[in-house]
Design a protein around this ligand. Sequence first.
Ligand code: FAD
Length: 557
Amino acid sequence: MNISTGSIKKVVIVGGVAGGANVAARLRRLNENVEIVMFERGGYVSFANCGLPYHIGGEIVDRHKLLVHTPESLRKRFNIDVRINSEVMSINRKEKFVSVKDRKSDREFREAFDVLVLSPGATPLRPAIKGIDLPGIFSLRDIHDMDAIIENLSSMRAKNILIVGGGFIGLEMIEQLKHRFASSDVRLSLVESNPHVLAPLDFEMVARVEEELLKNGVNLLLNDPVTSFETSGSGLAAFTKSGKKIEADFILFNIGVRPETSLAVDAGLEIGARGGIKVDSQLRTGDPSIFALGDCIETKHLVTGESGVIPLAGPANRQGRIVADVICGIDSHYKGSLGTAILRVFGLTAAVTGANEKTLNRLGIESQSVFLHPSSHASYYPGASSMSIKLIYSPKTRKIFGAQAVGADGVDKRVDVIATAIYTGLTIDDLTDLELCYAPPFSSAKDPVNLAGMIAQNVEENLVQILHPKDLAAETASSLLLDVRDQEERENGFIPGSKHIPLNELRGRLSEIPKDKPLVVYCQSGQRSYNACRILMQNGFRCKNLTGAYKTWRALS
Ligand code: FAD
């Protein structure tokens, strides 16, 4: 392979963390001669943003572990000219230089480039809410924010902590603050403006996460945006749209980020409709000498084809490799992102990949989804727990659009397998066929991924019709609801208005079921009700299986 930067003698990089540091390191590995200068506005480079909540919580004890590289180690290992506390203020595209401000000395200087790489990341959203700049209200983005948060929390006896924003960082912080204050009775509140936390997941799936938050004592306020902050006594108070007042001595405000595009805008580079820098598949901006990557760009969503901002570490790291390749004449391309993401909330893991139902509906893309609640591994082997999976696919092409999973164990590997399946264009039939690892401590002979494929195939081959729990209320007026669970399960709760015939008695009691009405059949997870539907259909009944079954219905209600 011909690896040459050609006429490019000097590359200047803006931003020295995930994307920027990756470009620099790969570039050096590919080419020993090109001059690499990396400017970082803050005091640290190549640190682990994703680890910040875990140091605040105390799970990552040693702060140094977050600093993957220092300017000195990058200089020694990769011969990169790293300048920290150096903010790039503007770009002169015509004369090919950037103006840089040394934040320690306030000195301004110019740095020439042949190629410029922009990886300035994203900025936490801070809408113009009254009182948002009061001392005691923090956002978490970098090491400086983390240090300030830890200093603040260490200097007081926190009693009430409020997190505004139920996204990934907000929930990680709730978990970690509970960990940090495990031995004291700190009251944790979470306010979210949307009807549910974790916007990338659909409502039925996050219900379990919200239950977990409540189980861990979190005061959860949904669908209720914060409208103002005020000082109150010795601390602060947040007021919500519905008129609630939440007292807090510490507030974390993390409602999302927006791409950091000020340099690009001032330089006249094109910005997309979603607010990120527009780039081609080789991550070039409209100016062939300027590349951009990471949280500041728009990328194509691999399922919907929509352009969007997907601020995740995996894409930023992989894009770094591609930018370095392209600078060195290697014909690499970034195909797009799936938005695959995961988080732990106390005892649960939630993960998502591909498109969710909300997005597909918004775009008018026809989709079908099935729910299942399989065991994390063979149920007879100790320690198995139930997970919930939602598989979303195209009924036309049978290709997989997305998946979401929530559970105590084994969620990550199932969503990773499905992410790979989406990336390679596999169908529900392929999921059934995949040969995956199995021994009792790890999985079942039919892995949850296989089961998801089988359930979807059953639906598409008309072996059973399904009804989604969210559509149940509309259906019950004209249908008879049939519960085929065992007596003990029924005693622990049932869907009102349902008739009860346990599956094992069904064949002998068919005469009790009227034939003039369609049936909606449910069990605990959807498997026994599928068996029941097969018996009923072969005996002339019209019926639908409640997908996700009692578990999903209960989560929704
Ligand atoms: P960054 O890594 O943010 O780097 C941008 C750098 O550019 C910053 O250090 C900034 O100071 C610097 N900069 C900006 N403007 C200038 C300028 N004008 N001059 C000089 N320097 C400048 N993603 C996941 O996939 N999984 C996770 O678990 C996860 N957890 C996260 C937890 C937290 C607390 C945070 C904040 C983020 C998390 N992310 C996670 C997101 C992930 O860290 C980002 O997607 C990724 O770091 C983006 O890389 P980037 O290079 O675009 O930006």
